[in-house]
Each structure stands twice: as C-alpha cells, then as structure tokens.
Ligand binder design. Structure first.
Ligand SMILES: [Zn+2]
Length: 338
C-alpha cells in the first residue's frame, strides 16, 4: 500500500533520532530524492526507517522536496492529506498541518505551519468552515493558493444553524467530490501528470465503492430501532444520512461549548428515551465526557471511532479507507446488540 510517507508538519517535540529516521525514509522513498543532508541521514539511520512517527517537523527537508520532487502540497489535516497522496502518487510530496490526535477545528498554527504553507505549491483544505484558523494561515502565507476539497458536496447544516457541518468526509459516498477536486487541481498544476492522476483516482474510487458496498451490508445487520450513532461531537451526520442512521452528540461541533452539564444531561435523557444500546468515543476528543454520559445512562461505550484524524502508526487506521472501514465495523457491531 505504501508510497510516500505523509509527514505532519506541526509536531511540537521531535527527537533528533526520529527526525533523522524520517529524513532517511523520505529519501529512500523518493525516486529523485537525495540532497547531501538527506543522503547522510539515510546512511546513518537505515535500521530505523521502518520505525517512524508520522508527526514530523521537517521544514528544511520540505523545502528541498519542493525543488527536487515535483509538487509539494500541504493539506490542513491528515484525512485529506491521505486522499491527496493517493491521487498524487509519486509525483510529489504531501504534508499536513494538524497533528494526528488533535482536532482540526480550533487548531493553533505554529510558525513552521506558516513556512510550510508558504513553501507549498497549493494548500488543500476541507472547507465547509472546518478550518477556523484558515484566515490566519492565509494572511501569513498569502502567495500560496488555497483549494477547497469539499466543494460540490451536498451540505448538511449544523443543528439549528445555517452554517454547514464540515464532516462530509465521514461518508465515503462524499469521497468522490474530494477526489475529483484533487484530480482537477493536480492536473492543472502538473499537466504532464494528468493521465496518472486520473488513473490513480479511478483505482482509488473503485476501492471506495467497494468499501461503500461493504458498509451497506454491515448496516443491514443493525436492527432499525438501534440505528442511532452517539458520539461526543455530533460528526456523523453525512454518514448517517447516507446509511440510514440518526446521530446525536454531547455537543454539536468541537468549536462550540463542549461538555456542559446541560449537554450531558440532555444526551443521557435521549439515550434512555430511545433505548440506544451503545455509545462511542472519538480518538480526537477527551473521552471523559462520554464516560460520564455512559455511566449515567447505563450503556456501554462500544468502541473508539476516527472522525477528525486518521489513526496513529500501528493503529490499523492510518489511511482514510482504513479509518472508514474501522468506523463502520465498530459502529455496526456496537449497535447490532449481539
Ligand atoms: Zn470535528
């Protein structure tokens, strides 16, 4: 499956060993790789190249990649970075801003983020209001074009608001909008690669369609009266609409007030009224709120799902497709009441 290493560009602390090993892997993975510094790193760290953390701060290396390895693209967060990488293939490098494990709504950009976006050919964002910090990046890296991947998605509004919910990627049925937008933009920036981007995208879309069919099958096994997804942030609206689930959260979106006693008590009532058999936690949200809900409502936390980031290395959910598969499995098994 692997191809280029995606590197988060905003990790706060990186040990020099990890940084060196990342340079080594990067160099090894790039056909055209090889500046002197990266070559040296590769020589001295070959035994560590497998053992790599994906959150790296590699500003200097990025600048080199941009010159030597085709397109250099920064994405706002890990999910769309993976989609981009699948289409881009070996014609460039993809980085992302928000580290895995952090949520992308209220992220605070650090100086290296501004530099990385400035060094990029294009900055890919989800849009639909996800990146609340976008303006700060754009103001400080004004020459880099910003391209919105969720363009064209049929928007679902936040509860009680006209603003859209941004979590369109959580339904694979929306992925084709993201993929086609990526193909269009890459082909425009790098016309020589157009056929390759189309080919990569078609293969990827086929995998996404297979996953979609598999999810439909999994959903069939969930009793209709159990088809409500309860998570901390009510982020599964697009998934819910496409696969026939109602959705609930303690709070509506991470950028609002989170985890008040009013929110928690409301959700406990909903779970008991609707006799919802299980609830779920997210990898990017503090789990203590849902633990309080579950305990007081007398239900189990049936598993952990990925919403605002892919999984860490070794999680088995390091890619967009893997995270969707994991989510569908955890949600449908948890609600099947077996
Ligand atoms: Zn979110």
């Amino acid at each position: 499956m692997n191809r280029f290493k995606i590197k988060g560009v905003a990790a706060a602390l990186v040990s020099s060993a990890l940084l060196l090993s990342a340079c080594g892997e990067n160099n090894a993975a790039n056909e055209n790789g090889g500046n002197d510094a990266a070559g040296n790193n590769n020589n001295t760290n070959t035994n560590e190249t497998e053992n790599n953390n994906s959150n790296m701060n590699e500003t200097e290396n990025n600048a080199n990649n941009q010159e030597e390895d085709g397109l250099y693209i920064t994405a706002s967060f890990s999910v769309i970075a993976d989609m981009t990488e699948q289409v881009l293939g070996d014609r460039g490098t993809v980085d992302y801003i928000v580290p895995i494990g952090e949520e992308p709504h209220e992220y605070e950009p650090v100086p290296s983020d501004f530099r990385n976006v400035s060094d990029s050919d294009v900055f890919y964002v989800n849009g639909l209001g996800l990146e609340e910090w976008l303006e700060r990046i754009v103001d400080n890296a004004s020459d880099t074009p910003v391209f919105t991947l969720a363009e064209g998605v049929s928007e679902i509004p936040l509860e009680g608001e006209s603003a859209p919910d941004p979590h369109a990627w959580l339904s694979p049925k929306n992925a084709s909008y993201y993929i086609e937008n990526i193909v269009d933009d890459l082909s425009e920036r790098d016309p020589d690669g157009e056929d390759i981007y189309r080919e990569n995208a078609d293969a990827y879309l086929e995998e996404i369609n297979e996953l979609d069919a598999w999810i439909e099958e999994k959903v069939d096994a969930v009793p209709e009266e159990h088809r409500t997804i309860v998570v901390s942030e009510n982020a599964f609206k697009y998934f819910g609409e496409d696969y026939g689930f109602e959705t609930e959260g303690i709070w509506e979106i991470n950028s609002h007030e989170e985890g008040t006693s009013g929110q928690i008590n409301r959700l406990i009532d909903v779970i008991q009224d609707k006799e919802i058999p299980a609830v779920f936690v997210e990898t990017t949200v503090d789990k203590r709120y849902m633990e309080t809900v579950a305990e007081n409502a007398g239900v189990e936390i049936a598993g952990e799902v990925y919403t605002d980031a892919v999984g860490q290395e070794g999680s088995g959910a390091e890619t967009y497709l893997e995270m969707l598969r994991h989510n569908a499995e955890v949600l449908t098994d948890g609600l099947s009441g077996n």
